[in-house]
Design a protein around this ligand. Sequence first.
Ligand SMILES: *[C@@H]1O[C@H](CO)[C@@H](O)[C@H](O)[C@H]1NC(C)=O
Ligand SMILES: *[C@@H]1O[C@H](CO)[C@@H](O)[C@H](O)[C@H]1NC(C)=O
Ligand SMILES: *[C@@H]1O[C@H](CO)[C@@H](O)[C@H](O)[C@H]1NC(C)=O
Ligand SMILES: *[C@@H]1O[C@H](CO)[C@@H](O)[C@H](O)[C@H]1NC(C)=O
Ligand SMILES: *[C@@H]1O[C@H](CO)[C@@H](O)[C@H](O)[C@H]1NC(C)=O
Ligand SMILES: *[C@@H]1O[C@H](CO)[C@@H](O)[C@H](O)[C@H]1NC(C)=O
Ligand SMILES: *[C@@H]1O[C@H](CO)[C@@H](O)[C@H](O)[C@H]1NC(C)=O
Length: 515
Amino acid sequence: MYLFLGIIVSLIAFTTVIGDTPCAERRIPNESVVCVCNSSYCDDITREVPTGRTYITYTSSKDGLRFKKDSGVWSYLNVEPCCTTTLELFPNTTYQTIEGFGGAVTDSAGINWKSLPPVLQDYLIRSYFGEKGLEYNMLRVPIGGTDFSTRAYAYNELPENDTHLSNYTLAPEDYMYKIPMIKSIMNVSTAPVHIVATTWSPPLWMKTRHHYGGFSRLKEEYYQTYADYHLKFIEKYDQSGIPVWGITTTNEPFNGVFSFVKFNSLGWDLTEMGKWITENLGPTIRNSKYKDLKIITGDDQRLTIYYWFNLLAKYYPKILDYIDGLGVHYYTDKFVPAIVFETVTKTHPEKFILATEACEGSAPWQKEKVYLGSWTRAKSYIEDIMEDLNYNLVGWIDWNLCLNLKGGPNWEGNYVDSTIIVDKDKQEFLKQPMYYAMGHFSKFIPRGSVRIKVVEKKPLFSSALRHVAFLTPKNTTVVVIYNDGQARPVNLKNSIKQNMLYLPAHSVTTLEYAN
Ligand SMILES: *[C@@H]1O[C@H](CO)[C@@H](O)[C@H](O)[C@H]1NC(C)=O
Ligand SMILES: *[C@@H]1O[C@H](CO)[C@@H](O)[C@H](O)[C@H]1NC(C)=O
Ligand SMILES: *[C@@H]1O[C@H](CO)[C@@H](O)[C@H](O)[C@H]1NC(C)=O
Ligand SMILES: *[C@@H]1O[C@H](CO)[C@@H](O)[C@H](O)[C@H]1NC(C)=O
Ligand SMILES: *[C@@H]1O[C@H](CO)[C@@H](O)[C@H](O)[C@H]1NC(C)=O
Ligand SMILES: *[C@@H]1O[C@H](CO)[C@@H](O)[C@H](O)[C@H]1NC(C)=O
Ligand SMILES: *[C@@H]1O[C@H](CO)[C@@H](O)[C@H](O)[C@H]1NC(C)=O
């Protein structure tokens, strides 16, 4: 009788699995797999609704599993197995609330997307934002151009010295690529898409040096004009039917101070930034129709957080009236410990920290700009997202939503990797392992989820796992576990219920169960 019931349960579990379209895998020698989407085929994934005592797991691995579904039933035997790591969840200890996950609609992302036939364009959008996709709910959108454009530009470049911004129009790139792509996204997304807009460089006449990149500062006579420049963008996008949720106070401000890069930038120091936010940007936004817009400062590497937040707040405490949060980029994370986040979360817990940009392949020693099938890059994403979430970050926004096989286009030659690579000639796109890395978080940790405490109890000599857990607004608990070593079991425990999970080698597992 019980055996018979067991068979019925597994049959039910099985029938739900065949609803998904599996990965059409292409193996990359010595690496993992990419999943190929063409005009007649694209893999997808449906989130199962867990009920009663069952839990659902989704696993991706270096060996080639992609969101492999399984289910099981909790046991109520209150005996912890010996010699196995136990992860115990404490839903009564809660931390930050999640804002979301997403990527960036750059000109280059739009150009690659538009290079595909309409059916594939739709597959790409649904893969990220649809109900059977990763269910992203955030976007970063450049105000004007970045290096991921085919030319360097800003708005209102002519007439020069135009404090009234009398010729402020959006660029052809907005109308041809960015706005259509965002509209398609908004059409299929399962939650409101929160858009963060960022300027890389203003028009050259506002700058102390007549170049898009390299060293520069904002001319003092244009402080108010640069604030208005932001407001005008928000108005133009709003008029196009695209509400903007937040802005950052300029992309990577240190680039224009130390002249790190040749692409679009604008340098700031504390005095300048403090003055601009308190006297120009802050009042301009708060006295406008868009007064609830989130203002996010920093938007630079982890190691600059102390400077862009604590020192700014110390010398210009009035910025705290205007700033909602801090943005942070990925590129120094391997060298700068995440504990630096505590200089904000401990002193100003009311200000959020959001990861606003990340990509692989940008470091000078990374010879492969696009590295097809790299599990190492997926692992870097997973570890970084987990670390950030465990340090109370409220979300994680990836860089370009898609790039071409070279990692561009990029007017400055700064090619990098992306979660989706578009092959225009073959009329297909490739989902990198990093795409699934993002999805293990974005799809299962919706906006409004609250992080809870996890305690790892491991036997001596056993290596540590990486993990993070949430209570979701769907009344479920979600746990994400990364196993960087050989296949192994792990015991998951929540109060009186527990279950033994099997983690394949080099794998990430998302587990969900009803509360
Ligand atoms: C599209 O992909 C599917 C699955 O891999 C394959 O069977 C089909 O032949 C492909 N179609 C084209 C036109 O390449
Ligand atoms: C794959 O790895 C093997 C063994 O390490 C090596 O001999 C081979 O050259 C590698 N192939 C590629 C394409 O990197
Ligand atoms: C307004 O900008 C456009 C380019 O967007 C330029 O062609 C035109 O000359 C500008 N008008 C004035 C009056 O400067
Ligand atoms: C704009 O201002 C700069 C600096 O004052 C000046 O050199 C330039 O000639 C001005 N341009 C125009 C078109 O007035
Ligand atoms: C929105 O979706 C509908 C139906 O799914 C489709 O007909 C329409 O073209 C889409 N609009 C955009 C802007 O993608
Ligand atoms: C949380 O729950 C655990 C048992 O699951 C209990 O031991 C602990 O005291 C609780 N902590 C708080 C703050 O309620
Ligand atoms: C959440 O689920 C638990 C157990 O299934 C149930 O008792 C509780 O009422 C649910 N809460 C909400 C808000 O749906």
